[in-house]
Design a binder for this molecule. Structure first.
Ligand code: BV8
Length: 245
């Protein structure tokens, strides 16, 4: 297997997707028995779907909240924690995953680009109540209401058609700019993602345009696999612990 050199000159930006949590038992979105198989994504992960049927959306997210609470990080998550401890502020992890497993494994320099299953917020944009930690698995048939304004609560998740948090995108971009300005070697590694969802799927192109090195660790060739210089095929829980040196 190729080796990823993590030396004093390396700045490492990692992007993870559902494949990194698959070995913890969290279902992925696409492919065999993926989450979206029996849930049309527009019906359960979009503002329109929530407006149309909040019960269905809360049933979908409550099931995932319960599932994610029951699983544990795997060696792929642990390898990323070790890389962060080795590289310090020359490491940043951007995750599309909303299951919270990276933080539970010990990752601290994490940007949860698509939000977090264990946070809810008021669906009323004019409400002053900020997003809050919420581990409640709401019983089927329940749509929780906001204590402050009475509007429906919603998962604090970025749905299709919704903008990502600009602060998150700025943090990721600033890391890459700082790496390039330092004269260091910017390395972008994507693991466990189908490369199907933007803007996350476009990160590899941005890094290549900036002259960075690109790696993909995935069970099979992702949609944007051809954009990566290095492709290590395999399970992230097996590949990541051996890849970094
Ligand atoms: C936005 C929350 C501005 C829900 C999610 C440019 C071009 C085309 C379209 C667009 C574009 N820009 C914006 C869009 C529209 C849209 C989009 O990208 N659509 C796609 C379908 C074409 N993007 C948006 O709407 C984004 N907002 O850009 O705002 C805007 C708005 C409208 C129009 C233009 C601009 C918001 C995107 C966020 C959506 N929310 N999640 C939830 O999680 O419940 S995305 C959803 O898919 C999940 O978060 C998930 O993380 C993400 C990506 O999936 P993956 O993580 O990659 O998982 P997947 O199952 O697909 O793949 C797993 C991979 O792992 C596989 O390859 C498999 O082989 C591999 N694997 C499996 N096991 C293992 C493994 N690998 C290693 N080891 C293993 N063991």
């Amino acid at each position: 297997m190729e080796t990823l050199l993590l030396d004093a000159n390396t700045w490492l930006l990692v992007l993870t997707g559902a494949g990194v949590s698959a070995e913890s038992g969290v279902p992925t979105f696409r492919g065999m028995n993926g989450l979206w198989e029996d849930q049309p994504v527009t019906e359960v992960a979009s503002p329109r779907g929530f407006a149309k049927d909040p019960l269905r959306v809360w049933r979908f997210y409550s099931q995932r909240r319960a599932g994610a609470a029951d699983v544990s990080p795997n060696p792929g998550h642990d390898a990323l924690v070790a890389w962060e401890r080795h590289l310090g502020d020359r490491f940043l992890l951007a995750t599309q995953n909303v299951d919270g497993l990276h933080r539970r494994a010990g990752s601290q320099r994490v940007v949860e680009m698509h939000g977090n299953l264990f946070t809810s917020r008021c669906s009323n944009p004019d409400c002053t109540r900020p997003p809050f930690p919420d581990t409640t698995v709401y019983a089927s048939g329940t749509v929780p209401g906001c204590k402050e304004c009475g509007a429906l609560l919603r998962p604090h998740i970025v749905w299709f058609g919704e903008q990502l948090d600009p602060d998150d995108l700025t943090r990721i971009e600033s890391f890459a700019v700082k790496a390039m300005r330092s004269g260091g070697r910017l390395v972008f590694l994507a693991a466990g993602t189908s490369g199907a969802v933007y803007p996350a799927a476009g990160m590899v192109d941005n890094v290549r345009a900036a002259g960075g090195e690109t790696w993909l660790v995935n069970l099979d060739a992702s949609e944007n696999a051809s954009s990566f210089e290095h492709f290590v095929q395999g399970k992230s829980g097996e590949v990541l612990p051996k890849l970094g040196r």
